[in-house]
Design a protein around this ligand. Structure first.
Ligand code: UN1
Length: 508
């Protein structure tokens, strides 16, 4: 395979995993990154020691003192330059994402495009960090609110979006005036090094203080440095519900702030009024895109009984046409899972479906042979199930699609909402009443609810996140920036007396 992209991104065999803004340190222990594409070693990244971590935090605290005072549009200008850098490096960075994580090259490039888009968004936002003004009840008084940066924002990101999710957090936090310390997933550390190195170049060119944006690496123990550290004002974490609960408890115990974007168990409801061509594309991309390893992947297809057989036939015809293999080969639709542990989880979910009485419409299984030598390739599969199977309520990060039959819409809505997760959802219908009911307060309980679009592939302009065990956090667009700032209410008295609020008299 042509691996020029590694050189273009300045990646080496051994890379510093701790970067205090501009300075890098190599500790003696390394995380090795193996590609799920071909099983080869991509390179290694040094693990952050406690001492290195403390140096990163000290640099971040120091950098915050100046960064917070740089006017927000000037901070935005630096993010604009990073966006330009990403435009230049879109091809190699997209290839690295595809090679280290296993998603298709189209999706690798798409992920870098999300980074570019959030940079553009953040630049505009840097002139729009608006606060409200209120009318005071007292004469000669002015009352308003303003937003100040929080301080150090820790970002813990997952392997499945190894570059975009960091950038949604970091670009917004940075224009808000925060400084960022990023711990990427230990399953995709090279992506972290590549993004940080590109960022450092921009920081250097602008003579920005060291520590504005740092990188640390390691397993959950390094994550714990962040979650237990009172100097870290906000921990934004993306990953499993299990991890999120630990992060919430640890940060909550010190009354720190968290922003959690955890698992999903996303359904598409297909009503008799759906356009079945749209259903097919939406469900297919949703279920097999990124090999079913998006938080937004479509896991459940809740289909009306009158069209159930037709939808089933269409899917059964489409799945065998999927080309599974090297994701850097643009002819392929589906790449590998992240590692063999993920394959084991996929296989045990299939066993659980069978145990509970599910029926496989399209069979799954691990793929064998030369093209699949990494052992991480699996067949996307479809199982007909009951809505309340235990396994169906569980998020398996793999391309397993559950087909569920319903007879009236209230039943379908109940199925949509009965799982513990609440990230994304969709309805396929051309009927206004059905669509509006789905979007109403009595409809989907998810953070994302779409009409005639699948559950995955959200744009950066909206707030991204979900309810219940998804964690409640919102990242990316809309007013998600408010999570990265502290609100201050200011009341100014320019009169010559001091009237008290609520008409209270306090005369001596
Ligand atoms: C994730 O899986 O954590 O909506 C993020 C999507 C992408 C982001 C997914 N834009 O599918």
């Amino acid at each position: 395979m042509d691996k020029r992209f590694l050189k273009q991104l300045g990646l080496r065999k051994h890379n510093a995993g701790t970067m205090t803004g501009l300075e890098s340190t190599n500790s003696s222990k390394y995380i090795k990154s193996f590609s799920p594409v071909d099983g080869e070693l991509i390179g290694s990244v040094s693990k952050t020691t406690r001492e290195e971590y403390d140096a990163v935090i000290a640099a971040a605290q120091e950098a915050f003192k100046t960064w917070r005072l740089l006017p927000a549009p000037k901070r935005g200008e630096i993010i604009r330059q990073y966006g330009e850098e990403l435009r230049r490096m879109k091809d190699p960075l997209g290839r690295l994402v595809s090679y280290e994580m296993g998603k298709s090259l189209q999706e690798g490039w798409g992920e870098v495009q999300e980074m570019i888009d959030i940079c553009d968004f953040a630049v505009g936002l840097s002139r729009q960090l608006y606060g409200l003004s209120m009318h005071s009840e007292r004469p000669g008084h002015r009352m308003y609110e303003q937003w100040h940066p929080l301080g150090i924002v820790g970002v813990i990101s997952a392997f499945n979006f190894p570059v975009a999710v960091w950038s949604w957090n970091a670009m917004i936090a940075l224009v808000c005036g925060d400084v960022v310390v990023w711990k990427p997933s230990e399953k995709a550390p090279m992506c972290g090094v590549a993004c940080q190195q590109l960022f450092q170049k921009v920081l250097q060119e602008n003579e920005v203080p060291e520590g504005v944006c740092s990188l640390i690496n390691g397993d959950y123990k390094v994550g714990e440095f962040l979650t237990k550290d009172e100097r870290v004002a906000l921990v934004s974490a993306t990953g499993s519900i299990r991890m999120g609960k630990i992060v919430a408890a640890t940060v909550g115990a010190r009354l720190g702030k968290t922003l959690l974007e955890l698992g999903g168990n996303n359904a598409i409801i297909v009503t008799p009024n759906a356009d079945l061509d749209i259903v097919l594309t939406g469900a297919l991309f949703g279920a097999v895109g990124t090999a079913g390893q998006r938080c937004t992947s479509t896991r459940r297809l809740i289909v009306h009984e009158s069209i159930y057989d037709e939808v089933k036939q269409k899917l059964a015809k489409a799945y065998p046409q999927l080309r599974i293999g090297d994701p850097l080969d643009e002819n392929n639709h589906v790449g590998p899972l992240i590692d063999t542990q993920a394959v084991d989880q996929y296989l045990s979910a299939i066993e659980a479906v069978e145990r509970e009485g599910g029926n496989f419409l399209v069979e799954g299984g691990r793929l064998e042979g030369d093209a699949y030598s990494s052992g991480c390739y699996v067949k996307p599969c479809i199982a007909e199930v009951e809505h309340d199977f235990e396994i169906v309520h569980h998020e398996t990060f793999a391309p397993i699609l559950y087909l569920i039959k319903y007879s009236d819409l209230s039943e379908a809505l109940a199925y949509n909402n009965e799982v513990p997760q609440g990230l994304s959802s969709a309805i396929m219908t051309n009927n206004l009443r059905e669509a509006e009911l789905f979007l109403s307060a009595a409809g989907s309980d998810c953070g994302i609810a779409n009409v005639n679009i699948g559950t995955s592939g959200a744009e950066i302009g909206g707030a991204f996140g979900g309810e219940k065990e998804t964690g409640g956090g919102r990242e990316s667009g809309s007013d998600a920036w408010k999570a990265y700032m502290r609100r201050q209410t200011n009341t100014i008295n320019y009169s010559e007396t001091l009237p008290l609020a609520q008409g209270i008299k306090f005369d001596l």
